[in-house]
Every structure is written in structure tokens, then in C-alpha cells.
Ligand binder design. Sequence first.
Ligand SMILES: [Zn+2]
Length: 226
Amino acid sequence: MGVTYSPAGFDDHVIGRAPAFAYVGERLWLDFVNTDDARRGQRVDLLRDFDALVDFLADAAVLDAERASGMRRRAHQQPAGATAALVDARRTRAALRALAERGAHSERARLDALAEINRVLGRSAVTRRVEARDDGTFARMFVPIGDAFAALIIPVIESAADALIAGELDRVRRCGDPRCTRVFLDDTRNGRRRWCEMATCGNRAKAARWRERHDAEADGTAPART
Ligand SMILES: [Zn+2]
């Protein structure tokens, strides 16, 4: 344990690409679940193609730029293999979403996720490397052995396995906005984080509360305190 998770976010190699992924989950596996996003209640799959999967892992700093471009080249040469890896990654994501949303209370969800974790671990292998990054920090990288496509998802799987082992599931929450499907680990000391992001859902809720109070005061009814 003791692994710090510090997504790089937007690095020099991704300049020119529209910002897509929100690394707000505090854990890689939760950020991965959040690639199945929602905007105004509409489902938006940010893993729209294989390159997006590679981008997600590169931005999360578990795949370095050189290997990321290697994977993209390989996907061009083996499009069927890349598509299969993407479909499989989405399957894993669905199992991990169930774990994030119900894992704390449902043994079924935990056991299903465990089966998925072991399925992925059983068919692909990686070696780990620690690499010095340009900014002077260090990052753990995963280097596939054998089927490189299948192994791409291993860092995500390891992260979910860590959550099970560390017993973190009771601090995994879904965003307080019912239209938002994002999940996150509540790392606050008082355990009261409610929103995926203050900048979006948090501010929307604050604005809605303000409007409610304002309207109530305007028509003379008592403000509803929640
Ligand atoms: Zn949200």
C-alpha cells in the first residue's frame, strides 16, 4: 500500500486534444468508472474508441507517452484486437461501477467484481517499473508481457483490488447530484464530501439552494432549511 495516485492530467503530449476525462475519483479505478459519464442526465461514454482508452491511461500517468504511442500504432495494425480490448475494458468498467455503487453493502457486487478482477489478472501479465518523470517526481508504470492489449487494463484492476484489500468501499460515494453518475473516494477527514467537483455539481447545488431561498423570501414563505 502507500501508493500515491497522481494523474498527470494534461501533459505536453495531449495538447490539442479536447479535455475529456475528469480525474476526481481519488483512485484510478473510480476515475475509470467515471469514463462512463453523464451530461445533463444523458449518458456519455468517454471511451469512444481504443485511442480514448490509451489517452485515459496516459493522462492517469500509468502508461508513459512512448508506450502510449506504441499502443496506438499497434491498434492501427491490429484493429480487431484493439476493438476487442475496448469492448473488454467496457465490460470491466461495468463490473467496477457495480462495485463502486453497491460494493459497500452487497456481497454479491463484491464477489462479482472479484471474479472480474481475477479474470483479467488470469489472462494477462505485466511487469512493474518505476520511472523518473520530467517534473522530478516518480511514477509506477506497468509494462505488458504477452498480450499487450489485454494487459492495458491491469493498473485499473490493481487499483480496484487495492480498494477491496484495504477495505475502502464504505468511503466510495456517488455524486450528490442525482443526474451525475460520477463516483469518488471520500478522503475528507469528516467524511462529508458530497460532490464529484465543486466547480460543476457543487456549484449547481449551491445555486439551486440560493434560488430556492430567494424565491421563498420573495413570495413571503419561509425558506426550506435542509
Ligand atoms: Zn457530480
